[in-house]
Design a protein around this ligand. Structure first.
Ligand code: IVH
Length: 737
């Protein structure tokens, strides 16, 4: 495999490209199975990404060679708009609803009446959570997943097979035995709160789009053109029913679902069997009580007749089974009034509107603040400019219906127009930053031509809101990570005018008395608040104060200890837009020193065509290069950075080895999959150290760095007696592991 990755795509013949695409499809499919189904990845993420990128590059150069089973999910020839249509083997039904306990009693009585002539029959039911996601139908033939579709209109859905394959809870091959030759497994695709919050956080950190709730996000993730994006969303799936089947999986609903688990599906752990309305309702209460701690949204409990034979006899009415019903949870909704709309400014300058409500209890929790996401959302439009609330905007003074689902952040469902005050006016989203007064603008994405949904303050570090968020970021875990200097202290020092920029953190000891006073004052306040709350009077004030002094010395030495941070942490700490920890590390490896990064950054900033002057680094594209150009082209940043660099010396990423370097002047070849660096980073690093990097091994080669999967190059090297070292040994030799 590694041999195939060597040749430039431009140099490939059609035959070679075809052969390589075939290889790549197989290798990527094998890696997917190892990762998603066996939970035992056989290659590193970096190696996997390299395969994907290589596949992408070849597909782009040879669009006519794109395979039917292409790992990108592209289909041969011009990819059609949208997804192909799939007719379900059996319709995907919806469910009748029950809202009250009486509705459940009525449902059971209907069943008993229907089967009243069957003497001695005990009608049984299953009860299980109703997952708030998207239903999907998965067709298995001879135990192999062949096609997956959305529900669509119930008869015809969309083919999203490639995206469904990325879901770990969906087996590519059924485990165990006894499955019908053909079966459509039905279930719900959903996103956990944890995954949703993580995605939101990632997106916010890199200035990406906003996500409103897990269900919509799961839906969007399933409809991606690129399955790699779906894969990154870590969707989940519960199997709970089946459609067409060449043989019944079991005689009862309950047993069938247990079989699904044996075949390798995730099933809800909260399914039970019961025979009376009381038992069903008791289980409903139990699930309701656990709702907030499940970690994903559910919106009710589904009851189904357990015996398949009886399901068939009771039958259907207009798209709904008679033998099942969804007992919905009461909506966790309440109405309140918007008192005002505040704008909060984040680290990257995003203006985030928050509605301040008359406090209202929603499902047992008092809600006072609700995010309004962005300007368009307030206007009643989604990110594509389509109405989300039947075109009704949100105004100060409006009565709004507020909803909490599980423990997800509260949201506004609708505006009660009847109650809109006569003098309510459309909200005017500020075009200047409410904190610093700088213009706040909406950027236009170069590629899509679309306006960003967020408005951003252009004041950067001169904006106090951005400055304090920037400082919090600077000392955070992945950044400088200064012990004892958390977000709370940073806010305090900023508020007390003791630290305005990162450089001043390192001169804090010069303002020792003021720092001491600020900390003491806060401690006093906290103690007073505690006293008030507990009614106890405190003793031992002196010893608390002497601890104080010690604490201060500790803080200053913790700050001193970080005067020579690792370069990658330092770059990340700068909080340049779109530069997360991974990108910061790639930049550090590539440029080696801060001086070099600054030099290239300025060059990029001054150039008309930023991409043209920026060296090619794997994983770094136009967005990052633009962000670097913006950052290094900004005079204020230059001043802040210069002041900081007068205090702090980031360690060069690679100790620059002098002429006696083990690498200088040598010819090096890299082969196999590298795990700690991409191939182009490896090349850049070697060249910086004075080595020459070659593509093939010959007698002139001095060193072969071989990762896992090294093939014929390794053999050739051994034949020529070339020194072969591992990636770790390489790092040891260049002075950094
Ligand atoms: S059974 C024949 N079970 O609810 C019955 N549906 O309103 C087919 N849903 O489209 C559905 N959790 O998306 C069933 N445990 C569950 C469910 C469930 C969620 C969804 C499903 C369906 C909708 C029906």
């Amino acid at each position: 495999m590694s041999e195939l990755i060597q040749k430039d795509v431009a140099d490939l013949s059609e035959e070679e490209a075809r052969a390589e695409l075939e290889h790549l499809a197989a290798a990527i499919a094998a890696a997917d199975i190892a990762y998603h189904q066996n939970d035992a990845p056989e290659i590193t993420d970096a190696a996997y990404d390299a395969l994907k990128r290589r596949n992408d590059a070849i597909e782009e150069a040879f669009p006519e060679l794109v395979r039917q089973d292409s790992p990108t999910g592209r289909v041969g020839a011009a990819p059609a708009e949208g997804f192909a249509k799939v007719r379900h083997g059996a319709p995907m039904l919806s469910l009748a609803k029950a809202y009250t306990d009486q509705d459940v009693v009525d449902f059971i009585e209907r069943g008993q009446r229907f089967f009243q002539r069957d003497e001695g029959l005990e009608l049984a039911f299953t009860a299980e959570p109703k997952i708030d996601g998207l239903s999907a139908s998965l067709r298995y033939e001879n135990g192999v997943f062949v096609q997956g579709a959305t529900r669509g209109n119930g008869s015809v859905g969309e083919d999203i097979t490639a995206n469904l394959r990325t879901i770990g809870d969906i087996p590519e091959r059924l485990a165990g035995s006894g499955w019908p030759e053909v079966i459509e497994i039905r279930g719900e695709v959903y996103m956990t709160y944890a995954e949703f919050q993580a995605l939101k956080a990632r997106s916010a950190a890199s200035g990406g789009q906003d996500y409103v709730n897990p269900r919509n996000t799961a839906a969007g993730s399933l409809r991606q053109k690129d399955p790699a994006i779906t894969a990154s969303r870590n969707l989940r799936f519960f199997a709970y029913a089946w459609g067409l089947a060449s043989g019944e999986p079991a005689a009862s609903q309950y047993e069938a679902v247990q079989k699904f688990a044996e075949w390798g599906f995730a099933i809800s752990p909260l399914m039970v069997r019961a025979t009376s309305a009381d038992e069903l309702i008791a289980h409903y209460r139990l699930i309701e009580a656990q709702r907030a701690s499940l970690g994903y949204d559910i919106d009710g409990v589904v009851y189904k007749v357990d015996q398949i034979e009886l399901q068939k006899r009771w039958g259907f009415v207009t798209g709904e089974p008679r033998w099942a019903i969804a007992h919905k949870f009461p909506a966790e909704q309440a109405t309140s009034v918007i008192r005002k709309i505040d704008i909060q400014v984040g680290r990257t300058g995003t203006l985030a509107p928050v509605a301040r409500l008359e406090p209202v209890s929603v499902g047992g929790v008092v809600v006072e603040n609700v995010t309004l996401h962005n300007e368009d959302y307030i206007k009643g439009l989604d990110s594509n400019g389509l109405p989300i609330r039947e075109g009704i905007d949100i105004r100060v003074g409006d009565s709004v219906l507020v909803q909490r689902a599980g423990d997800v952040i509260p949201q506004i469902v609708s505006v009660v127009l009847d109650k809109r005050p006569a003098d309510a006016v459309p909200y005017e989203f500020p075009h200047t930053c409410p904190v610093c007064g700088s213009p706040a603008t909406r950027e236009v994405n170069d590629k899509t031509g679309k306006e960003d949904s967020r408005r951003r303050c252009t004041g950067e570090l001169s904006c106090p809101a951005q400055a304090v968020e920037g400082l919090r970021h600077f000392v955070s875990r992945g950044a400088l990570d200064i012990e004892g200097l958390g977000a709370e202290n940073i806010e305090l020092f900023f508020a007390k005018d003791l630290v305005h920029n990162p450089a001043e953190i390192f001169t804090l000891h010069e303002r020792r008395a003021e720092v001491q006073a600020a900390l003491a004052e806060r401690r006093e306040e906290q103690a007073r608040a505690r006293e008030l709350a507990s009614g106890k009077v405190r003793k031992n004030v002196r010893s608390a104060e002497s601890r104080n002094f010690e604490g201060l010395d500790k803080l200053f030495s913790a700050i001193d200890a970080r005067r020579e941070p690792e370069l990658d942490r330092f770059i990340f700490a700068l909080g340049i837009r779109h530069i997360g920890e991974t990108t910061a590390a790639a930049l550090a490896r590539t440029f080696g020193t801060m001086d070099e990064l600054i030099r290239v950054g300025k060059q990029v900033a001054a150039s008309e065509d930023a991409m043209a002057v920026f060296p090619s680094v794997d994983g770094i594209g136009g967005t990052v290069v633009e962000a670097l150009a913006d950052f290094f082209g900004n005079e204020r940043n230059e001043a802040v950075l210069a002041a900081l660099l007068a205090q702090v010396r980031p360690r060069p990423y690679v100790i620059n080895v002098a002429a006696d370097s083990a690498i200088a002047g040598k010819t090096v070849v890299f082969t196999g999959s590298l795990e700690k660096m991409t191939r182009s980073e490896a090349k850049a690093m070697a060249e910086r150290l004075g080595a020459k990097v070659a593509g093939s091994v010959s007698a002139k080669t001095d060193i072969l760095v071989a990762g896992p999967g090294a093939g014929s190059k390794l053999k050739t090297a051994q034949e020529h007696g070339v020194e072969v070292i591992s990636e770790d040994e390489w790092f040891e030799r260049v002075g950094r592991s």
